[in-house]
Ligand binder design. Structure first.
Ligand SMILES: *[C@@H]1O[C@H](CO)[C@@H](O)[C@H](O)[C@H]1NC(C)=O
Ligand SMILES: *[C@@H]1O[C@H](CO)[C@@H](O)[C@H](O)[C@H]1NC(C)=O
Length: 138
């Protein structure tokens, strides 16, 4: 009996996939001006050196706790065939709130709004919205 319990515990904690759970949502794009942001105001140093960042939609904004979170984002599909860049994913950091952007997003109400550089890495920029898989990279 004890052995069975230990086996169960072992399976529960170690046999499950160790990677973070991926969620499915939507993404739009936005371009400059990027300042000020809802997370860090006018601080120019908030942007990562690779210039890949995003704004959080209300679903993941989490009362501002989303600021600084890193997500790995992958394009799953879009209304336009071929809009996703095959096999590409992009790592972004959240610096803003989608509903408070200094420049309007290509579509309202998405889970994430990626800046032009980030969006362009996983999808065709002429497509206003895509379905994505995103994973918190804490
Ligand atoms: C998003 O919502 C704003 C405010 O309601 C509106 O002005 C804008 O046209 C909308 N953008 C899109 C892409 O629908
Ligand atoms: C992006 O979409 C536009 C408009 O549909 C198309 O003309 C262009 O070839 C596409 N670019 C790529 C890289 O697929």
């Amino acid at each position: 009996m004890l052995t069975n319990s230990l086996l169960f515990l072992f399976l529960f904690f170690f046999a499950l996939p160790s990677s973070a759970v991926a969620d499915v949502g939507t993404a739009a794009s936005y371009g400059p001006p990027y300042l000020p942001t809802a997370c860090y105001g006018n601080d120019q140093s908030q942007f990562p050196v690779d210039e890949l960042f995003a704004a959080a939609g209300e679903g993941i904004w989490d009362n501002g706790a989303a600021c600084g979170r890193q997500y790995l984002v992958r394009c799953l599909s879009a209304a336009t065939r071929g809009a996703c860049a095959e096999g590409q994913q992009v790592s972004i950091v959240v610096v803003d709130r989608a509903s408070k952007l200094a420049s309007p997003p290509s579509r309202n109400g998405t889970t994430l709004v990626l800046n032009t550089q980030a969006y362009g890495m996983i999808a065709n920029l002429s497509v206003v919205g895509i379905n994505v898989e995103y994973t918190d990279q804490v």
